[in-house]
Design a protein around this ligand. Structure first.
Ligand SMILES: [Zn+2]
Length: 237
C-alpha cells in the first residue's frame, strides 16, 4: 500500500460492506460476527482497497484480498472476473483472514498465487518475520506456536495477539492456509499423486490434507485436478 492517496482519509478503518450501507446478509453467518472479525483492529483502508480492486491495480496484488459477500468467494485485486458491487465487498489483509471469515478462494484469480508476503499498514517486523518462518514451514514439522514465539523472543499469547491484529488470523490458521495453498498449486500444476501432494505441502496425514482442502475449497482436491484436465476452467469460480 504505497503512493500518495489524496482522498483516502487517514485512519479510515476496514469495514464491512461500504461502512454501514445496507447489504443482504451473507449466507450462513451472522453479519455482526463477520463485522467483528473483519474490522478487528485491521488497518486496511476500505476506499483505497475498493479503488484498487475496481481498477485491478496490480501494485496492490498481495496487499489485500477482496471478499464478495454475495458469493462468499475471496479474490486478488487483479481478478479478471467482473468486479462485484462495492456494497457487497469486504477486505482482508491475508488469505487466512478471509478463510477465517468463511470465504473460499476464487478459482479464477487463484489467491494462492498472489505475490510475496504482504506488507500491511502497521504490520510490525515481528509479524513479518513470523510470517516468513511460517511460510518456510516452521509450523509444519511438529513445532508449535509456543516454539515460534520462543524463536521470536515473546510469549505465545502475545504472538497470537499480534497476529490477530495484523494478519487477521492466528499463526495456526495462517500456517494451515499456507499448506492448503501449496497443495492447491501442486494439485493444479503437477501430476503428483495426492498422497505425495499432502506430504510435500506440509500436512502430516492424507486425512488432514483432505479435510483442510475441503474446508477451504468446498470440494475435494480431485475435483480441482479434474477441472484442470477436462472442461474449460471458466465455469469455475
Ligand atoms: Zn477472483
Amino acid at each position: 500500500m504505497s503512493g500518495h492517496d489524496p482522498s483516502g482519509s487517514a485512519g479510515e478503518r476496514l469495514a464491512v460492506s461500504g461502512r454501514g450501507r445496507p447489504a443482504s446478509a451473507p449466507a450462513g453467518g451472522s453479519r455482526a460476527r463477520l463485522r467483528t472479525i473483519v474490522s478487528d483492529g485491521l488497518a486496511l483502508d476500505w476506499r483505497r482497497c475498493n479503488r484498487a480492486r475496481i481498477a485491478r491495480d496490480a501494485r496492490f496484488d498481495g496487499c489485500f484480498f477482496t471478499g464478495v459477500l454475495t458469493t462468499r468467494i475471496y479474490c486478488r485485486p487483479v481478478c479478471p472476473v467482473k468486479p462485484a458491487k462495492s456494497r457487497n465487498v469486504v477486505f482482508f489483509p491475508t488469505a487466512a483472514a478471509a478463510e477465517r471469515a468463511g470465504f473460499r478462494p476464487c478459482l479464477r484469480c487463484r489467491p494462492e498465487t498472489a505475490p510475496g508476503t504482504p506488507a500491511w499498514h502497521g504490520a510490525g517486523a515481528t509479524v513479518s518475520r513470523a510470517l516468513r518462518l511460517i511460510d518456510r514451514g516452521f509450523l509444519d514439522d511438529g513445532k508449535t506456536v509456543e516454539d515460534l514465539a520462543n524463536t521470536l523472543g515473546m510469549t505465545a499469547r502475545h504472538l497470537r495477539r499480534l497476529f490477530l491484529s495484523h494478519a487477521g488470523a492466528s499463526p495456526v490458521a495462517v500456517a494451515t492456509t499456507r499448506r492448503v495453498q501449496r497443495a492447491k498449486s501442486l494439485v493444479q500444476e503437477t501430476a503428483m499423486p495426492m498422497a505425495a501432494v499432502a506430504f510435500a505441502a506440509g500436512f502430516s496425514s492424507i486425512r488432514r490434507f483432505n479435510a483442510a482442502f475441503r474446508g477451504v475449497y468446498r470440494r475435494p482436491p480431485t475435483a480441482i485436478r479434474r477441472s484442470r484436465s477436462g472442461r474449460d476452467p471458466s465455469h469455475l469460480r
